[in-house]
Write a protein that binds this ligand. Sequence first.
Ligand code: SF4
Ligand code: SF4
Length: 324
Amino acid sequence: MEELVQISLSGGEDSPPAFQWDDWYASVGGRSIHVPEVDALRERIQNEQYPRFDGPVASTRHEFSSPSEAAAAIKEKAAEFGADIVGVCEIEPSDIYRGKVVTEKFAIAVGQRMKWKEFQVVPSRESAIECMRIYHSLGETVVRLAEYIRSLGHPCKVEHPIGDSNILHLPIGLKAGFGELGRHGSIIHPKLGPLFRMGSVITNLEMAIDHPIDAGIAKFCDNCRACRIYCPADAIPDERDPNGGKDHIGYDRYVVDTGKCFPYFAKYNYCSICLPVCVYNHKEWAKDFEGTETKLFPEVRMLPAPEPVDLNREKRHYYNKVKR
Ligand code: SF4
Ligand code: SF4
């Protein structure tokens, strides 16, 4: 059996801290969204999936004939477990949250499509349930993929889509070829658009890696402002920020004002307006997938935006303050 070289990567001062959900909710007076279906799904994620993030590794290791064969086998299995898109990339320190340590070389990025028909009215009870349903469904996919990899004798860990993870899903998804970073701060996939979520499994199993893509999507955002116009909290910027870091193509990033977005998100069913209004949604495909008649554009509820909030700089992700 090939001897493994133990690696150790850590997120440095340039990395953002992991998202401080409790502190953010405390800043707006606590959780105020109470949808029984959402609460039940969140409980199932915590009770049924969290305990399976780690697990026993088979004592006999299956060796693949090549990294390409390993990547193909893992991708096929991920699709069998429910993945719509899968990609592999190498983890770098800039992909790791500040202060977290990762001993795995590869991330297997897994994406699952959200149901367009649940975003016909945003924000809404239906869209809130869909936001949590996808975290549960995708969580099950990455947990099962991790269990499969361990059954082949290769250790690995789950990086759940709901957070509390070690790695940043966005740069991992971009490097794994999932799409380009949109003005609204989410990845836009050329076929799925922005209505998908991602999680990962990290491992030292040697696999062939994928590469970032440039399909002209990020460039298109420079001439489109749909998400900017419909954001009720005024949190999406007009311009790219030269101090906001670069995306995978090398463009300055658009930096969303989290201090404006979060209060709206937390008060009104996880908002989500910027995703279904994005012009990169292929709604006719979504209709075909589901067999359900849908509108071509959602009904957007532009409700009064609460006051912005800010965490201190050590705790918050980097963000610009837009039009404060
Ligand atoms: S989730 Fe809502 S408030 Fe936040 S950026 Fe998107 S549209 Fe704006
Ligand atoms: S709505 Fe337009 S500007 Fe916003 S992310 Fe989508 S394509 Fe880019």
